[in-house]
Design a protein around this ligand. Structure first.
Ligand SMILES: O=C(O)[C@H](O)[C@@H](O)[C@H](O)[C@H](O)COP(=O)(O)O
Length: 232
């Protein structure tokens, strides 16, 4: 099982630069080791955080990056709810990632066809791997403990075969999405089943929880506190 570090920041303002440095340092290593860097992107507030912090890094070369989406809403790319659309306008336009380096869904398909099509795109991008192994997966956690589009008490939590699954009834709008499942990915919960975000346990590599003080307020597990941006 991977090592887990819980790092607490006063606010997102200090968390953002550390996240960007973390991504850039793992990208440097992947480019040296394997000639490409693969990253899974989530939506939500991560879009604005990465769009602010990554372009601010000096000498960031994304020309050999491959970005996939940990989940995506089944809406047209010009819809304000499209995670791809938001990243395209806010981040991809500011870094030198090639169009071929971004694995987007086909929003013209039905949600089931879209999930299957996206899984095939991932399999083609990660040849010889039954399950795509990204260098970095950037996952958010919603207020209900969901991550990707894996929501509490949803049957999708038990999916063990598909690497990408469709969801028609997302409690977080919009309702139709495709999502990476656990085979491709929370700290302390209350009673009852473990929340989806806490069920992300990488089989290899590192697991970082980067959180701000309000989110850490009731934690009793060991945490590291960073008052300013840090290099992890
Ligand atoms: O498409 C999405 O909605 C995201 O991929 C989702 O999984 C997000 O990471 C969480 O909802 C946290 O979102 P916030 O960071 O906005 O709380």
């Amino acid at each position: 099982m991977s090592a887990r570090r819980v790092v607490v920041f006063p606010s997102a303002a200090e968390l953002g630069p550390t996240l960007a440095h973390l991504v850039a340092s793992r990208a440097d290593k992947a480019l040296k080791d394997r000639g490409r860097f693969t990253v899974g992107l989530s939506g939500g507030s991560l879009v604005s955080m990465l769009s602010k912090e990554l372009p601010a890094l000096p000498d960031l070369d994304c020309s050999r990056w491959l970005a996939g989406f940990c989940d995506e809403r089944l809406v047209p790319f010009d819809d304000g709810e499209s995670t791809y659309g938001l990243y395209k306008s806010q981040l991809f336009s500011k870094i030198n990632i090639p169009d071929s380096g971004v694995l987007a869904i086909d929003p013209s398909l039905t949600v089931h066809e879209c999930a299957e099509d996206y899984a095939n795109k991932l399999k083609k991008a990660f040849p010889n791997e039954d399950i795509p192994v990204f260098d970095v997966l950037l996952l958010g956690m919603g207020p209900d403990g969901h991550t990707c589009s894996l929501f509490p008490d949803h049957p999708l939590l038990e999916e063990t075969q598909k690497i990408v699954a469709p969801i028609n009834n997302s409690p977080k709008p919009p309702p139709q999405r495709v999502t990476m499942t656990f085979p491709v990915q929370v700290l302390e919960g209350g009673e009852g089943p473990t929340l989806p975000a806490a069920r992300v346990v990488p089989s290899q590599g590192e697991l970082f929880w980067l959180i701000d003080e309000p989110a850490a307020a009731s934690l009793t597990v060991h945490v590291e506190r960073q008052s300013t941006a840090a290099k992890l």
